[in-house]
Design a binder for this molecule. Structure first.
Ligand SMILES: *Cc1c(COP(=O)(O)O)cnc(C)c1O
Length: 366
């Protein structure tokens, strides 16, 4: 039986990429904000419906560039139901993560629990859009405005997601998109920040080239985080196909829903009203009492059938030894429960409907 992985990278046609990188041989401009880089920033601003976009070598460093705007030592209210990167980026900028619980429908930060965590040291809220679901951004915006806090979104899962006509990248002060090979849209490795304040553009650029605004003179504690022209070229190619990638993911996600929605003990994530999703992941919660088996048993059973799923997000970032040693850990009972039950099923742009059926047949027969 053919192996089905949880994720498979989307690829543009080979010839299209070869054609795209031809100029690089002619101009020998391989990195340092070359023409592909500049074009991709402009094209991304258009596609995402945002004012400004800055590219980075990966999403994690982009997130660090955003958190570097905050005064070190201050607190950032975030969620533990995320990838290691969010919590690490906060900690690596000398900030203190404060873990807020999530709401049980869409697994994003619960605005009703944010205010109780605000102290005089709080500088920002760092919510995470998960699986292509959007956070309750209106609730978050209200709290942030009331307390004078910045909002920095981890939008790694939200490329192309919109609330009506509003792009996910324009919701907070700054949003980070990961453009990693496993994401809906990718540049092999890559990431970007989107933001309203145009003056941040020079700061982010300097941060990604050793803190230098002008050549050879470091002004801020930056690093080397530049995207190469080859990555930008991959981005230009993928951007021409991303709508088609998302449409295909949607078809697969719809098939999963149709097949799995009536099985007792499987909780699928609902569609958010008015939100255009990107179908980045196919999360399913396993309720062991009703399903008859727990999440780990289902994952093991599927692996025996060459179907590989991912316990994502498990464990919570707040349970990492690093966090346990260095930070106060707040109680997050909803996140605890969901991370014990959640599983992401295979979903990628060239997943065939027959493969979705094979996965669903296996689950339903368990
Ligand atoms: C992928 C991801 C990141 C990190 O992005 P990279 O581009 O891999 O550095 C951060 N946060 C979340 C939620 C992610 O899924």
């Amino acid at each position: 039986m053919e192996k089905i992985n949880v994720i498979r990278s989307s690829m543009p046609p080979f010839e299209e990429y070869v054609e795209e990188i031809r100029d690089i041989w002619d101009n020998r401009w391989l990195s340092n904000c070359g023409p592909k880089h500049q074009t991709l920033e402009q094209e991304l601003s258009k596609y995402l419906g945002v004012d400004n976009t800055s590219l980075f070598c990966n999403g994690h460093t982009a997130l660090e560039a955003a958190f570097s705007l905050l005064p070190p030592g201050s607190e950032v209210i975030t969620t533990p139901f995320t990838y290691a990167s969010t919590t690490l980026a906060i900690a690596r900028c000398g900030l203190i993560p404060v873990f807020c619980d999530i709401e049980p429908m869409y697994y994003t930060i619960d605005p009703e629990k944010i205010e109780a965590l605000i102290t005089e040291k709080t500088a920002a809220i760092a919510p995470v859009h998960v699986y292509g679901n959007l956070c309750d951004w209106r609730g978050i915006r209200e709290i942030a405005a009331k307390h004078g806090l910045k909002v920095i979104y981890d939008a790694a899962h939200a490329f192309g997601v919109k609330d009506g006509t509003i792009g996910a990248g324009s919701l907070g002060d700054v949003s980070m998109f990961s453009l990693h090979a496993t994401k809906v849209f990718h540049t092999i490795e890559g990431g970007c920040l989107t933001y309203h304040d145009a003056e941040l553009a020079s700061r982010f650029k300097a941060w990604s080239q050793f803190g230098m605004y002008e050549k050879d003179c470091t002004e801020i504690l930056g690093t080397n985080a530049k995207m190469t022209e080859f990555s930008a070229a991959m981005g230009l190619c993928n951007l021409r196909h991303v709508s088609e990638y998302i449409a295909r993911r949607r078809d697969a996600a719809m098939r999963y829903r149709e097949r799995l929605c009536r099985r007792d003990g499987l909780v699928l994530c609902g569609e958010q009203r008015g939100v255009v999703s990107n179908y980045a992941y196919m999360p399913v919660q396993i309720d062991p009492a009703k399903f008859g088996h727990d999440r780990d048993e289902l994952a093991g059973y599927l692996a025996e059938r060459e179907i590989y799923v991912r316990k994502y997000f498990y464990p919570l970032t707040s349970s990492f030894p690093l966090c346990q040693r260095n930070f106060t850990i707040q109680e997050t009972p909803v996140a605890d429960k969901i991370s014990e039950r959640i599983l992401c099923l295979p979903l990628y742009s060239d997943l065939e409907i027959q493969d979705v059926d094979r996965i669903c047949d296996a689950i339903l027969a368990f």
